[in-house]
Design a binder for this molecule. Structure first.
Ligand SMILES: C[S@@+](CC[C@H](N)C(=O)[O-])C[C@H]1O[C@@H](n2cnc3c(N)ncnc32)[C@H](O)[C@@H]1O
Ligand code: SF4
Length: 314
């Protein structure tokens, strides 16, 4: 099973840091940078002003973060972290200062840099344990149009999987579902059938309206136009489940169905029904931290927000 800590069932808030109750499954998103070599029409990262990067503050605050918080899993993302000139320096630094060495360290990427064999080989030698590649459509031409970039071919994905698996690392493909992309159970099955042999798992999750992150621009308009409602996602994903064997389900988080894991045509498929973070009060509870390239530590999607920094120097 390939399950992120955010999807686990046994979350509790027993630890208090400052005024916050902290999740027992705390994970940190390292937003390495905010630039990207794609320009997805729906991208959350395209909705805010970019942070002025400060590598030195980032290092100091990253080290303190591991001292103050008991972090479970680490997710590296961006923007596109792999185009950050400090990418491997940052990965190595995290490896140096993190307290426990048995963590799941997930790289979430559009995968474009991984077509370079030397880059991929350095990933395999690093502390990263799992790679998630965001790949929206099973037809590369359509995927290029949605992600507005020169994305991987299926052969390239297959090669990346082969190399990762040879290093006991897993590959998962992440798909955002919205009107016009994997919007019927039949289309989701077509995705699975096209890509199941070149990945260890596939995760479908709803594309979220970016206005929920407090921004107004053309991305906001696009996501308002094409986002499914929660009811639509529920019925689409439930219908998709009828084509496979249910392996596990989580209906325990405050009575809310969070995910299902289904075997479809021999492929492990994770259906993330909704964003768990929406269920928590961010002024009182921390389920997830975000470390931004300017050294800001926050529990919301905004690199200008430094609400948790005060806890680092306390
Ligand atoms: C912001 S990207 C950064 C990492 C990397 N560039 C990538 O695409 O994997 C991280 C993840 O957020 C997802 N994402 C971006 N915009 C989203 C939205 N509006 N709703 C839901 N997920 C979104 C992407 O599909 C990707 O899987
Ligand atoms: S590849 Fe990732 S960061 Fe880049 S635009 Fe797409 S979702 Fe956003």
């Amino acid at each position: 099973m390939i399950i992120e800590s955010e999807l686990k069932q046994d979350i509790n808030f027993n630890t208090k840091v400052g005024k916050y109750n902290v999740s027992s499954e705390l994970f940190v998103d390292f937003v390495f940078n905010e630039r990207c070599n794609c320009n997805c029409k729906f991208c959350i990262a395209n909705t805010k002003d970019m942070a002025i990067e400060d590598f030195n503050t980032w290092k100091i605050n990253t080290k303190s973060m591991f001292e103050v918080f008991d972090i479970h899993d680490i997710i590296i993302l961006g923007g596109e972290s792999t185009i950050d000139p400090h990418f491997f320096e940052k990965v190595d630094y995290i490896g140096k200062v993190m307290d426990k060495k048995d963590r799941n360290i997930i790289l979430t990427t559009n995968g474009i840099m991984l077509r370079n064999p030397e880059f991929l080989s350095k990933i395999c030698e690093s502390i990263i344990t799992t790679v998630n590649i965001s790949y929206m459509h099973y037809d590369k031409t359509k995927n290029d149009a949605i992600m507005r970039g020169h994305t991987l071919t299926i052969d390239e994905i297959e090669n990346i999987k082969r190399v990762l698996n040879a290093h006991q690392m897993k590959l998962r493909l992440n798909v955002n579902v919205f009107k016009g992309n994997c919007d019927t159970a039949k289309e989701m099955i077509a995705y699975v059938d096209t890509l199941k042999d070149v990945t260890d798992a596939i995760k479908f999750s709803p594309m979220i309206k970016t206005e929920s992150f407090g921004s107004q621009n053309d991305v906001t308009q696009f996501t308002n136009d094409v986002a499914f409602t929660q009811d639509e996602i529920d019925s689409l994903f439930d219908e998709f489940c009828t084509y496979g064997n249910l392996m596990s389900t989580n209906e325990q988080v405050f009575g809310y169905v969070k995910y299902k894991e289904v075997d479809v045509h021999g492929c492990t498929v994770i259906l993330k029904y909704s964003q768990l973070s929406e269920l928590f009060d961010k002024t009182k509870e921390i389920i997830n931290l975000k470390m931004y390239p300017n050294g800001n530590l926050s529990n919301i999607w905004d690199s200008q927000d430094s609400s948790i920094n005060a806890l680092l120097s306390a």
